[in-house]
Design a protein around this ligand. Structure first.
Ligand code: E4P
Length: 217
């Protein structure tokens, strides 16, 4: 399973990249705003800065909600850097735009997906990635991980190549469960990745090894 980090914070992206287990970055307009990145030119520059830090795919989201606007923005985003994947919302015009991009070899990430039907449409349109938001489903008492399992089943039934990018991952258990179900990618905060490191027996064991080494040296 690929690990993407879900942030527009350059320090966190650097830290994740230095850990050596990061395969890409996802952003969204809210994450950009959180870092104080506003204005079209600054946003475009920020995407390029992110691409310079990581080796893998970087999702950059369109703001337009009409077909022509999405195509114009998406082509501009894709031209910024070869690592850019155009992030398009799961709306009717978005499905048309994904098909348009897919026919022209421009990679897409279909975002704001909350049902298996939406994921099926994204795959039919040729999306490179589909992003089901599991944390936001959990927030409304709906099983987000079950959606990942449903999409896995449907995509495997028909051999769809669209990669399941489990998004809105909030913690380490989401990461582990996504890996068990067979999500292709997960995107979450750095804490959801670094949390995988922790086990008290590791800390106790290391402390004992070091203490025993010191006794003999
Ligand atoms: C995915 O691409 C989104 O940026 C993200 O995962 C949303 O997560 P949130 O529900 O924690 O805002």
């Amino acid at each position: 399973m690929k690990f993407f980090i879900d942030t527009a914070n350059l320090d966190q992206i650097r830290e994740a990249q230095n850990l050596g287990v990061i395969d890409g970055v996802t952003t969204n307009p809210s994450l950009m705003a959180k870092e104080g990145i506003t204005g079209r030119d600054n946003i475009l520059k920020h995407y390029v800065d992110i691409c310079k830090i990581v080796d893998g795919d970087v999702s950059a989201e369109v703001i337009a909600t009409d077909f022509e606007g999405m195509v114009k923005e998406g082509e501009q985003l894709a031209d910024l850097h070869p690592q850019i994947v155009v992030k398009v919302p799961m709306i009717k015009e978005g499905v048309k735009a994904i098909k348009y991009f897919s026919d022209r070899g421009i990679r897409t990430n279909c975002t704001l997906v909350f049902s298996a039907g939406q994921a099926l449409l994204a795959a039919k349109a040729g999306a490179t990635y589909v992003s089901p938001f599991i944390g936001r489903l959990d927030d409304i008492s709906t099983d987000g991980l079950n959606l990942i399992a449903e999409i896995r089943l449907i995509y495997d039934n028909y051999g769809f190549e669209t990669q399941i990018l489990a998004a809105s991952v909030r913690h380490t258990m989401h990461v582990l469960e996504c890996a068990k179900i067979g999500a292709d990618v997960m995107t979450g905060p750095l804490s959801s990745i670094e949390g995988l490191l922790n086990h008290p027996l590791t800390d106790i064991g290391l402390e004992k090894f070091l203490a025993d080494y010191k006794k003999g040296n």
